[in-house]
Write a protein that binds this ligand. Sequence first.
Ligand code: FPP
Length: 266
Amino acid sequence: MSRPLAISADHIRVSPSPAGVDPLRMPSHVAVIMDGNGRWAKARGLPRMVGHSAGVEALKTTLRLCNDWGIGALTAYAFSTENWSRPEDEVNFLMTLFERVLQQELESLEREQIKIRFFGETKDLPKRLQELIFEATERTIGNKGIKFNVCTNYGGRRELVIAAQRLAQRCVSGELDPSSIGENELEAELFTAGEVDPDLLIRTSGERRLSNFLLWQLAYAEIHVTDVLWPDFDDVAFAKALIDYQSRCRRFGGLDPIEADQLGSK
Ligand code: FPP
């Protein structure tokens, strides 16, 4: 039986951060490429679909941990524009799985003040799933808790093409002057408009690719790759990712502040 997403009513929200993790230097936004469901199942002699179902449990755990540890947003890559090329029965299974999970968890999302959004071309998804996506988005739009973004039929290149089309349309209609287009104008046309960029990208199963995920938004994200397969991603694996993240010096193209200080005082 699947565990409820919700942190129970008597749950103490201010859980301590895991050992070795500085609660004051948590990422504001974590993005995850949930890879390795198929391999996890294969290693157990099970059908790939069982791996995807186990992946849902790992995603719920990750969302709960983000909530507990004070991370403001979680974005998960659930289905890419390229995933349509998978066998039809796997695609159908995934669509039905998304529907079932949304149906089962909507009340918990509401109760826990989680704000869910979907990034991607949802208009090409099955009708029933589109309805559930609309309902979940609407019913949680005013929630003030953690932001949970699900990338479904999402492709980073496609997102940029759509943004370019929208900007071009606004120029043609005379609403926008092409010379006034800057990063802010483009960002406002992305699926992710209004969301802060991820600070940390976690990819499971050892693959070292972006796979067309958040190409614009990950420009300055720290990347943590783990060999753990997604269904096995738990509090220990997540804490390791956070420790790795906190060990990095984020320079955003500039200098390390200590180095800059030393140069300034010369
Ligand atoms: C990649 O592993 C995983 C996916 C394409 C699907 C991920 C979806 C979930 C975990 C379900 C999320 C549910 C909701 C409601 C958002 P893979 O199949 O490529 O694994 P492999 O590389 O080992 O074959």
